[in-house]
Design a protein around this ligand. Structure first.
Ligand code: GLC
Length: 394
């Protein structure tokens, strides 16, 4: 890693860092996203683990500080309200009332690996344990071993076309139409009194592929952390749960070698080809031959994901594909990071390297932007956006 890139990341993170009430956290983009987000802060901790280990610990301590009584970690914390922002009424004063994918196990492991700080681990572990139990219980009330999400925003990919069908939207629609549907779900969540398992599941209940793949990875990392803390029972529990989620994904989401998200309790598959089909490489949920086929038939195929800049979030073959849309085509560095890490599991180093190089080219060409046009590499969305720093972990 060239030190100049590291210096640029350090500079960016410093500018986006905030302190409120003794809590230190980093905003993803000062103008567009001036609050704390759950998965963003996990990415930040991973980034900080390469440049400022103390900042990494503080970032994670603040992101778990507003954990709900039932164990849920809210996806947003409004430490300080910023004037002029379009704020959603989530039903709580200083947090949102939905969650985001559990990258937190990976992030805590990374920080522990680099710091060896057992006190930090002992302090944060119960919060992670509680959150993990929440996901395994409240988000899977029938014990099917797949985690359900109650709003597309919980996937972290707000407008992804994976969710068009359960939202009742056609492949082409406006940002506003999409936003209204998601807001309606927020209203329903309030009316449900934030009861996911018995109430919200009747409105929107998607077993998404990346969320569940990240869950498998999270459970493996929880297993490692339990081991560090000599908690044999926990270790066994997390390992069993990881196997169960993995097995359920294969049983309920796999069709002809490809995993698709499913909605409703009937497990209706939504076969929209997005980058999500590669997500189960993380956690090694595909077999070797399934992973090889999917890389050849989709990732490297001109009909699907091969573009001058890797990796579009939606296949070019989809009617919904829009190289300038929000989560509907552009390249995001997080999705690249996740596919990169998945490819490593299968020792596909060459393709992984192509993804890493492409990510670096995008930042060199267009700076720290939120997402990028996969044909031209042009930067789009928020400026001074932190996720580019994830290349340090690639
Ligand atoms: C957007 C993204 C979401 C992210 C948030 C803050 O809503 O879709 O994934 O957490 O911005 O960066």
């Amino acid at each position: 890693m060239k030190s100049s890139f590291q210096d640029e990341v350090r500079e960016l993170m410093k500018k986006n860092r905030r302190e409120t009430d003794g809590y230190e956290y980093t905003v993803p983009s000062p103008k567009s996203y001036p609050y704390q987000w759950l998965w963003d802060s996990c990415f930040h901790a991973v980034i900080y683990s390469y440049i400022d280990i103390e900042a990494a610990k503080r970032e994670l301590e603040s992101v778990v500080a507003r954990q709900f009584e039932n164990g849920m970690l809210p996806h947003m914390i409004y430490w300080e309200k910023v004037d002029g922002m379009l704020d959603i009424e989530w039903g709580k004063e200083d947090t949102s009332t939905i969650t985001q994918p559990p990258i937190i196990g990976y992030a805590v492991c990374k920080v522990y690996e680099k710091s060896g700080d057992k006190k930090f681990l002992e302090k944060i572990y119960p919060k992670l344990w509680h959150y993990t139990r929440y996901l395994l219980n409240d988000r899977d009330p029938r014990g099917n071993h797949l985690i359900g999400i109650i709003n597309p925003d919980e996937s972290g990919e707000d407008d992804s076309p994976r969710f068009d069908v359960p939202l009742g939207l056609p492949p082409k629609h406006t940002l506003d139409e999409n936003f209204k549907k998601r807001l309606a779900l927020v209203e329903k969540n309030k009316a449900c009194n934030f009861d996911a398992p018995f109430c919200m599941k009747n409105n929107f209940w998607v077993k998404d592929v990346p969320f569940n793949a990240i869950m498998v990875e999270h459970l493996y990392r929880m297993q490692d952390l339990a081991d560090e803390l000599v908690r044999a029972e926990d270790k066994e529990y997390f390992s069993e749960q990881a196997d169960k989620v993995k097995h359920a994904m294969r049983e309920k989401l796999l069709e002809n070698g490809v995993m698709w998200p499913a909605y409703s309790e009937k497990y209706i598959k939504m076969k929209v080809a997005t980058w999500a089909i590669f997500a189960p490489m993380l956690g090694k949920i595909y077999t070797n031959s399934e992973a090889e086929d999917i890389v050849e038939n989709y990732l490297l195929s001109n009909d699907h994901f091969r573009t001058p800049f890797f990796l579009p979030t939606v296949s070019k073959s989809e009617e919904s594909f829009d190289p300038d849309g929000f989560w509907r085509g552009p390249v995001w560095i997080f999705t690249n990071w996740m596919v990169y890490r998945g490819l490593l599991e299968y020792k596909m180093y060459g393709v992984a390297e192509q993804i890493r190089n492409s990510s670096m080219q995008l930042i060199n060409k267009s700076g720290f932007r939120e997402h990028f046009n996969p044909f031209t590499g042009e930067g789009q969305g928020a400026h001074n956006f932190t996720w580019g720093g994830l290349i340090l972990d690639m």
